[in-house]
Write a protein that binds this ligand. Structure first.
Ligand SMILES: NC(=O)c1ccc[n+]([C@@H]2O[C@H](COP(=O)([O-])OP(=O)(O)OC[C@H]3O[C@@H](n4cnc5c(N)ncnc54)[C@H](OP(=O)(O)O)[C@@H]3O)[C@@H](O)[C@H]2O)c1
Length: 256
């Protein structure tokens, strides 16, 4: 099982990222968390420390949509911690889209955060990891990226792009000694899903989600997807012919 001395987590100030940070810091890892809001990050660090940790947790503010901001944060990380062993590219956002709020600005925003945000970080991480000859990258996508589902035309597309990019990069990185894991969670109770007004199937808390992510990363799994029953259901759905697929997904259109 792999263990890490230093881990960088983007979107580490809340939700899934914060819970992974908490569990790692508790078990002796030096964790650095990034997000846009310095106060929120500091608060998250204080809260994690107050729970008792044997590692450390520090905040490193950065906006993943801004390449200069990411480059500057990466340099600070190198100066203070050295090249991390693991980076978890987890920062993300979600907004539902249906026909009555079909706005290109939502697509642009979500693509900027969820996809280009990861790409901006990879542009710093990949050269350093490849030059060193080892390192582990975790990319947080979503089961929403498996196939098109009602209200997720923007969010799902950003996550599908991430899945595709991760599949494309994996073999080349592996040749350089660098591991890549693709994390596809189902519904997890976080500030992001607290906004949802519909009943979320197979909803889980951040604690088991973080445990599952850490275990999968330790085992160096390529895909870390959970909860299992939901993942199987969605993968079966994807295998259906479109006429049957749309018959079923039609049921998910919100009643207006
Ligand atoms: N919760 C779920 O059910 C679920 C399911 C599948 C996948 N996911 C994915 O899991 C990841 C974490 O989501 P979560 O549910 O834990 O939501 P969350 O609590 O809202 O966390 C998202 C984090 O991303 C940060 N962030 C947003 N925009 C950013 C930017 N431009 N630069 C840097 N940081 C930014 C936010 O911090 P600031 O606002 O302070 O920047 C926030 O801490 C996301 O990629 C999400 O798509 C979540």
């Amino acid at each position: 099982m792999a263990s890490w001395q230093t881990v960088w987590i983007t979107g580490g100030g809340s939700g899934i990222g914060l819970e992974v940070a908490r569990q790692l810091a508790k078990s002796g890892t030096n964790v650095v968390i990034s997000g846009r809001n310095p106060d929120k990050l500091q608060q998250a660090c204080d809260e994690v420390k107050s729970g008792g940790i044997t590692g450390s947790i520090q905040s490193l503010p950065c906006d993943v949509t801004n390449l200069d901001s990411v480059k500057a944060a990466w340099l600070v990380l190198l100066e203070t911690q050295g090249i991390p062993d693991l980076v978890l590219l987890n920062a993300g956002d979600h907004q539902p889209v249906s026909l009555d709020n079909f706005d290109p600005a939502i697509f642009e925003h979500l693509m900027k955060v969820n996809f280009h945000g990861v790409v901006n970080c990879l542009a710093s991480v990949i050269p350093a990891f490849c030059q060193r000859g080892h390192g582990h990258i975790g990319v947080v996508a979503s089961v929403a990226g498996y196939q098109g589902l009602p209200t997720a035309s923007a969010y799902g597309a950003t996550k599908a792009a991430l899945i595709n990019a991760a599949e494309a990069l994996y073999p080349e990185l592996k040749l350089k000694g660098v591991d890549l894991s693709l994390i596809n969670p189902g519904f997890v109770r976080t500030p992001l899903t607290d906004r949802n007004t519909f009943e979320m199937p197979f909803l889980i808390d951040p604690e088991p989600a973080a445990e599952r992510i850490i275990l999968g990363l330790q085992k160096k799994q390529f895909e870390i997807a959970f909860p299992t029953r939901f993942v199987i259901l969605l993968k079966l759905l994807k295998a259906l012919p479109y006429w049957l697929y749309f018959k079923l997904t039609r049921q998910l259109i919100p009643k207006s």
